[in-house]
Design a protein around this ligand. Structure first.
Ligand code: ZN
Length: 260
């Protein structure tokens, strides 16, 4: 059975504007990251669900966490903010997990923190927990909700601080969000021991069979492009050990989704 992941884009509508990069809204950027992360996780065979269907749909924090019922992992996506003068400098990745290190929660948190710090070139990464003052329970409602339904691993991932200009500008680039999605999905897959399955026909190995792959197969057949051994195997769509015009045709049909 597929491992089930519930993704939560941290805020709805237009929420949490950066004071230093005025076009940055945490809700919007994390919504986009959530979409991309879902796409990347699907490539590994995870089952991916989202807490909300629409960016304008609002749902309380506890209820969003509780949507992780039956899931193996819950992740809420954010960028942090810090008030006061001089605090604009704070540029670190923070990941909150179970206050009592439930199911060794720190392990995946620290793997994610290390990888994200490196990609974002943030100053540091911190794996954190926060317990409610009035008892042994999570401080954050979203985590409390996930725990209440028995989700074994749950996190808040703060992609540095949007009060920091450098970090906010970095997060404004769609290509960077895609890099985050690719990286985070790879870290999560590694944690669960999953490798990205090979896609037949994906000659350029970008994770999908697209028009460029079909073009490469055609060029290989015409002798104007030299495939390496691995590419040749991927281009051999019918798997008969020979690269022929039939493979080109099958790749093209696969692309047109007439062939599953
Ligand atoms: Zn947030």
């Amino acid at each position: 059975m597929a491992i089930k992941i519930m993704l939560d884009a941290g805020h709805s509508g237009k929420a949490n504007r950066s004071p230093v990069v005025r076009e940055y809204w945490e809700s919007e950027r994390m919504w986009l990251l959530c979409e991309m992360l879902a796409e990347e996780l699907l490539k590994y065979g995870f089952e991916v669900l989202k807490t909300r269907k629409d960016i304008n749909e609002s749902l309380g924090v506890f209820n969003r966490g509780a949507k992780a019922k039956g899931c193996d992992l819950f992740i809420s996506l954010h960028s942090n903010a810090v008030g006061g003068s001089g605090n604009e400098k704070v540029d670190r990745v923070e990941i909150y997990g179970a206050y009592d290190n439930l199911n060794n929660s720190r392990e995946l948190a620290s793997r994610l923190a290390t990888a994200i710090v490196d990609l974002m070139q943030a100053s540091e990464g911190r794996v954190k927990t926060r317990k409610s003052q009035n008892g042994e329970r999570e401080y954050y409602g979203v985590l409390r909700g996930a725990r209440s339904v028995g989700c074994p691993l749950y996190y808040i991932v703060e992609h540095s601080f949007h009060t920091n200009e450098r970090a906010a500008r970095w997060l404004m680039e769609d290509a960077n969000l895609r890099r985050l999605a690719v990286l985070e999905s790879a870290v999560i897959a590694g944690y669960y021991g999953l490798a990205k399955p090979e896609i037949v026909g994906d000659v350029n190995q970008n994770g999908e069979l697209d028009a460029r792959d079909v073009a490469l197969i055609k060029r290989a057949l015409l002798g104007s492009y030299q495939l390496n051994d691995e590419q040749e195997r991927l281009a051999d769509v019918n798997g008969d050990g020979d690269l022929t015009a039939l493979d080109y045709m099958l790749a093209k049909r696969k692309l047109l989704k007439t062939l599953d």
